[in-house]
Design a protein around this ligand. Structure first.
Ligand SMILES: N[C@@H](CCC(=O)N[C@@H](CS)C(=O)NCC(=O)O)C(=O)O
Length: 232
């Protein structure tokens, strides 16, 4: 049985849950706690210290992009990678754009901007001990602020970020323009990767305000969600 080491609210962990749901691969979840991160327990499982990681019968893999590819090789149907080489290249680029660009918008908006952070830090720490709950509202935004400032998104005004986000969602809407999926005529890793970042952004005031202006993008999000959500 595959174990997914995760933070429940991480878009990359969501990406892998959805990959496995879509492929109907059985898995179990191991929630990595803030405590596991502080006391080094998680680094014994994944020396890089990031989530997601999986353990597949003793074989540990890290990074959602590599893990998704591994899962597709091991459980080929339904495939998440287009067979056409140009489409596969585009799916790869969109996956990377979601993971390496959109991610920083959601990180900043969810975990640094105070009116969103108060909700999301409550989510992250809901099962943590009292003293973690006490320090998290100061420590987490400060850490995420440092990361996003180094990356660049965190140096921009909220107004500029909202404008950039609108440009990104406009591009998705125009790219979809009547189509069902981002690449080709089937759901692919590009849909799941972009969806997972937009889903996080939809959980912020600024992100929701942008997405609500794009019903065709919301309809595509619903399509991806329906195809990849956990079935009971
Ligand atoms: N490119 C990586 C990104 C993973 C990542 O940045 N995960 C975040 C949570 S969303 C993390 O573990 N952060 C903790 C840290 O950087 O120590 C992937 O696709 O798996």
């Amino acid at each position: 049985m595959i174990t997914l080491y995760q933070y429940e609210i991480s878009p990359f962990c969501d990406k892998l849950r959805r990959v496995m749901n879509y492929k109907k691969v059985p898995y179990q979840l191991h929630d990595v706690s803030v405590m596991d991160t502080i006391n080094g327990a998680y680094k014994k499982i994944n020396p890089i210290g990031k989530v997601p990681a999986i353990n597949d019968d003793g074989h540990v893999l890290v990074d959602s992009t590599h893990i998704a590819r591994y899962l597709d090789d091991k459980f080929p149907q339904p495939s998440l990678y287009p067979t056409d080489k140009k489409q596969a290249a585009l799916a790869h680029m969109l996956e990377d754009w979601a993971d390496e660009s959109l991610y920083f918008y959601e990180m900043y908006l969810r975990l640094v901007v105070p009116h969103n952070a108060s909700r999301w830090i409550g989510e992250i720490t809901k099962t943590e001990p009292f003293y973690i709950k006490t320090i998290a509202p100061t420590v987490i935004p400060a850490m995420m602020s440092r990361t996003t400032q180094a990356q660049g998104v965190g140096r921009k005004s909220l107004e500029l970020l909202a404008k950039e986000l609108r440009d990104h969602v406009t591009a998705i809407a125009e790219w979809l323009s009547g189509g069902q999926w981002l690449v080709g005529d089937k759901l692919s890793i590009a849909d799941i990767s972009v969806f997972c970042q937009l889903y996080c952004l939809d959980g912020t005031q600024e992100g929701a305000a942008v997405l609500n202006d794009f019903p065709e993008v919301k309809a595509w999000m619903l399509r991806v969600d329906m195809a990849t959500r956990m079935r009971s």
